[in-house]
Design a protein around this ligand. Structure first.
Ligand code: F6P
Length: 472
C-alpha cells in the first residue's frame, strides 16, 4: 500500500485509480502532477495558519489545555440537570450532533440514567419549526434542563429566537434562578448574545475569533456538549492533534492524507464530477454526513475567486447512508449520470457484533445468512456496491476508521477540515466566508422588521409577489 495508515484512519483510494476494470480512473502520474500546486497550497496555508486564519488547527493545543475547565463545568452540569439542550444552527449544531451520534449509544436518550453514566439526555434543536419547538417542551421539564445557546456571530435570527423563547419559559418556571439554566457559547468580543450573557450572568464559553462555525466542533461549541454527555474530549482532541500533525508535517500527495484527498477531489471536479457523495456505512456516522455537507458546501460553493473573477465553483455534497441508501440512491449512482464521486466511511471493527441465527427449517435460499453476522452482511454489501460502481466506471474511495472511538473521530474531523481548506486553495477561493448565506440572513432581518433594513424589505416584498401558483 502506498498510503500509510497512521493511528487509526486510512484512505483506500483504489476505486479512484485506473485499472483493468476502470480504465478511466486516475493514474499515479496524474495525481503526482498536482504536486507543485499542492506544495504551493501548503505554503499558503502555512502562512494563513501563522496569521491566525486557520485557528481550527492552530488552537487545538490551547483547546486541549481548556479540557479540565470544560470537564469540571460539564460534570457539575451533569450532576444537576437531566437534559442538555443545544440551541443553534449550522456549524453551531451539526458538530455537536455528529460527535454525539458517533460516540454515544445510538438510543442514548432512551437509556435509563444509570446506563447513560448518569449523564443528561441531549437534544440539539437546529431548526425553528414551531411544532417541533413546542413539542420539545411537552417532553422536557425546563426546571431540570440546561440550555446551551451557541452562536459564533451572536446574531443568528434562528438561534436568538430560540433563546428568547427559552428564556421566557425559564423565567416563568424557574423565577430568579433562570440564568443558571443557560450557558452561552459565543465570540469573546462580538455579537448580541455576549452583552446579554454578561448582563444576565449566564455561564459563558468562548468560540475563538479565528474559527468559523463549520470549523468549530473542536472548540467549546462541540466539546461542552460532548463532555456533558460523557464523551472523552481529551481523546477527541488528541486524535485531532495527531491528524493535524500528520497533515502539517508531511510532504507529498501520496503521504499527506489531506493532499491525497484533495488531489482526488480536484481531479474528479475537473473531470465533471460535480457531486460528492459522502456515505458512511456506520449508523453512528449518519449525522457526520450532515456536518460534512455544510463544511464542503458552505466553504467551497463560491461565486468569486480571490481576484474577484466570477467562477461559480463548488462540488455539491450529497448525504447518504450505507446500506440503507443502497436501496434508495445507489441505482442512480451506478447507472445515472457519471457526475459523482463517492466517499464511503467505514470501520475496520464495529463496537459490537450480531449473529444471524441459523434455521434449517427456513427456505434454502436464505440459509446462507444463518450463522453469519450483521457486520459480515454489511461489509459484503459495501464491497458488492464498490464492485458494481467499478464495473460501471464510477469512482469511489473509502475513509476507514480502525474503530469508532473518540480518537479516530477527532482524526476524521481534522482530515475533512484540512482537505476543505486545501480545496479552497486549489480553487483559489476563500473557504472561510459565506457571502451567499449572509444575503439570506440580511433578507430575513429585513422581512422581520429589523431597524436599518427598510429598503431591503421593500425590495424583497416587491420581488416576492406570487405570480404563478397551482393548488389542489
Ligand atoms: O454560529 P452562528 O453565528 O449563529 O451561525 C450559524 C451558521 O450560520 C452560518 O453563518 C450561515 O449558514 C453558518 O456559517 C453558521 O454555522
Amino acid at each position: 500500500m502506498e498510503n500509510q495508515v497512521r493511528s487509526g484512519v486510512g484512505i483506500d483510494y483504489t476505486g479512484m485509480m485506473s485499472n483493468s476494470q476502470n480504465p478511466s480512473g486516475f493514474t499515479k502520474a496524474e495525481l503526482q502532477s498536482l504536486q507543485i500546486e499542492l506544495d504551493r497550497a501548503q505554503t499558503s496555508l502555512e502562512s494563513r495558519w501563522e496569521a491566525g486564519e486557520l485557528d481550527f488547527s492552530k488552537l487545538l493545543v490551547s483547546m486541549k489545555a481548556q479540557v479540565p475547565e470544560i470537564i469540571k463545568y460539564a460534570d457539575a452540569a451533569a450532576s444537576k440537570f437531566e437534559n442538555f439542550v443545544v440551541l443553534g444552527i449550522g456549524g453551531s449544531a451539526l458538530g455537536p450532533l455528529a460527535v454525539h451520534q458517533a460516540l454515544n449509544h445510538y438510543y442514548y436518550n432512551e437509556l435509563p440514567p444509570e446506563k447513560r453514566g448518569l449523564r443528561p439526555r441531549l437534544y440539539v434543536v437546529d431548526n425553528i419549526d414551531p411544532v417541533r419547538f413546542k413539542e420539545l417542551f411537552q417532553i422536557l421539564d425546563p426546571s431540570k434542563t440546561l440550555f446551551n445557546v451557541i452562536s459564533k456571530s451572536g446574531n443568528t435570527s434562528e438561534t436568538m429566537a430560540q433563546f428568547l423563547i427559552v428564556r421566557d419559559i425559564l423565567r416563568q418556571v424557574c423565577g430568579d434562578s433562570y440564568a443558571e439554566h443557560i450557558v452561552v457559547t459565543t465570540d469573546k468580543a462580538k455579537g448580541n448574545l455576549l452583552p446579554i450573557a454578561l448582563k444576565e450572568g449566564f455561564q459563558r464559553f468562548v468560540i475563538p475569533a479565528g474559527v468559523g462555525g463549520r470549523f468549530s466542533e473542536l472548540t467549546p461549541v462541540g466539546l461542552l456538549a460532548a463532555a456533558v454527555c460523557g464523551i472523552d474530549i481529551d481523546q477527541l482532541l488528541e486524535g485531532a492533534l495527531s491528524m493535524d500533525q500528520w497533515i502539517r508535517e508531511t510532504q507529498g500527495v501520496f503521504s499527506n492524507p489531506a493532499q491525497l484527498r484533495v488531489a482526488l477531489a480536484r481531479f474528479s471536479w475537473q473531470k465533471g464530477k460535480t457531486v460528492s457523495v459522502f456515505m458512511p456505512y456506520v449508523d453512528g456516522l449518519k449525522t457526520m454526513a450532515d456536518w460534512y455537507a455544510q463544511l464542503w458546501a458552505e466553504s467551497l460553493g463560491k461565486r468569486f475567486d480571490r481576484q474577484g473573477q466570477e467562477v461559480h465553483v463548488g462540488q455539491t455534497p450529497v448525504k447518504a447512508l450505507g446500506v440503507t441508501d443502497q436501496h434508495s440512491q445507489v441505482q442512480l449512482y451506478v447507472e445515472g449520470p457519471n457526475d459523482k464521486v463517492m466517499t464511503f466511511v467505514t470501520v475496520e471493527k464495529f463496537k459490537d457484533t450480531q449473529l444471524i441465527p441459523l434455521d434449517s427449517e427456513l427456505p434454502e435460499d436464505i440459509h446462507f445468512l444463518g450463522g453469519r453476522t450483521l457486520e459480515e452482511l454489511l461489509f459484503s454489501e459495501q464491497k458488492a456496491t464498490e464492485y458494481a460502481l467499478t464495473l460501471a466506471g464510477r469512482q469511489h474511495q473509502k475513509i476507514i476508521l480502525s474503530s469508532l472511538d473518540a480518537y479516530n473521530v477527532g482524526q476524521l474531523l481534522l482530515l475533512l477540515e484540512w482537505e476543505t481548506a486545501y480545496m479552497g486553495e486549489l480553487l483559489n477561493i476563500n473557504a472561510f466566508d459565506q457571502p451567499g448565506v449572509e444575503e439570506g440572513k440580511n433578507g430575513t432581518y429585513a422581512l422581520m422588521g429589523r431597524k436599518g433594513y427598510e429598503t431591503r424589505k421593500k425590495e424583497i416584498e416587491e420581488y416576492g409577489e406570487t405570480q404563478y401558483y397551482l393548488r389542489s
